[in-house]
Design a protein around this ligand. Structure first.
Ligand SMILES: Nc1nc2c(c(=O)[nH]1)N[C@H]1C(S)=C(S)[C@@H](COP(=O)(O)O)O[C@H]1N2
Ligand SMILES: [Mo]
Length: 317
């Protein structure tokens, strides 16, 4: 199967200028296509290593204390080509129920993992799957995951996983299971196409493949856009983000780097705005942005999915 066929929409950087991305400008990916779940008959099960398994309908979930969680949503990229450059990202405000409250209500054991299972099924990469499944460390789920019921104040659409979706802020999009139907407390990782086979990568310092979780440090120039004709004095601006707060962003004009202004991240795992005023004399120029996070991770120059973002423009016109 061609993985590209699962990609429904990927807006370019020019659609990402707003701090909170319009739902219509949030990229859409579904490995088995888009599922349609009837909210009336939908149930969320919380089971596995728990004292009392739960089965909640939408009203029961809506009656629980809920939170607003602004966060970046970003795709790791083509799961079959993990090193490939990709830029599918958005910054949205989720609203939903903290997973901690569900674990508490079910009396979850202090196990290692939480599995999240979606209602969609089908064939991907020639493998037949009876569900879409991910797993995350139980401690991380308890600390910050939510069962999201809305995006930017509106009920989740079918495209974005309605009526309910698992969201782990700071983790790659693949972990944010759409059309969620089950949360399972377990003492081990599940064997599954999307847990132990795809969305794996080797990180520096450990030869063993790891599941794709923490967001890479990255940045994107949203203005000016590729091919723009600019004035002489131009503000180069965009967003920087990662699993950890971004500490600095540099902007280059034709290879000469300078420090951009950067807002602090604040309480949530959102993107941070950077901006730098530059002079662009008449002629062609290449603009670039490079983020560094508080852990000292820097965007690589090339050959990586989070490589430095470059934009070609015509200055001084
Ligand atoms: N159930 C289910 N959840 C899923 C997927 C999927 O195919 N099925 N794709 C994942 C991937 S790889 C990404 S990047 C995000 C995309 O979310 P979006 O379409 O709302 O932008 O959903 C994730 N959750
Ligand atoms: Mo993804």
């Amino acid at each position: 199967m061609d993985p590209a066929s699962t990609i429904k929409r990927i807006p370019g950087p020019e659609r990402l200028t707003a701090r909170v991305t319009d739902v219509d400008d949030v990229y859409v990916i579904g490995h088995f296509g888009i599922a349609h779940v009837d909210p009336g008959t939908w149930r969320l099960r919380v089971d596995g290593d728990v004292a009392t398994p739960l089965e909640l309908d939408l009203d029961a979930l809506r009656a629980m204390p809920s939170v607003d969680v602004p966060a970046v949503l970003e795709c790791f990229g083509n799961p079959l080509v993990p090193g490939e450059f990709v830029r599918r990202a958005a910054n949205v405000v989720w609203h939903g129920v903290p997973v901690a409250a569900l674990l508490e209500a079910a009396g979850a054991a202090p196990a290692a993992a939480l599995w999240a299972t979606g209602s969609d099924a089908g064939v991907f990469a020639d493998v037949a799957c009876t569900e879409y499944r991910k797993d995350v460390p139980l401690a991380v789920a308890r600390e910050r995951a939510i069962v999201a019921l809305s995006m930017n104040g509106a009920p989740l659409t079918d495209e974005h996983g309605g009526p309910a979706r698992f969201v782990v802020p700071g983790y790659f999009g693949t972990n944010n299971v759409k059309w969620l139907r089950e949360l399972t407390v377990a003492d081990r990782r599940p064997e599954h196409l999307f847990t132990t086979r795809l969305y794996q990568r080797v990180l520096p310092g450990d030869p063993r493949p790891q599941p794709v979780r923490d967001l890479d440090v990255t940045s994107v120039i949203t203005s000016p856009v590729e091919g723009a004709r600019t004035g002489l004095d131009v503000e180069v601006a965009g967003w920087a983000w990662g699993a950890f707060p971004v500490a600095s962003v540099e902007v280059a004009v034709d290879g000469r780097w300078a420090s951009a202004a950067l807002e602090p991240r604040g309480e949530h795992r959102t993107w941070q705005r950077f901006a730098l005023d530059v002079a662009l004399p008449p002629g062609g120029h290449v603009l670039a942005a490079r983020a560094t996070d508080v852990e000292g991770r820097v965007q690589p120059a090339d050959a990586a999915r989070n490589a430095v973002h470059e934009v070609g423009v015509l200055g001084g016109s």
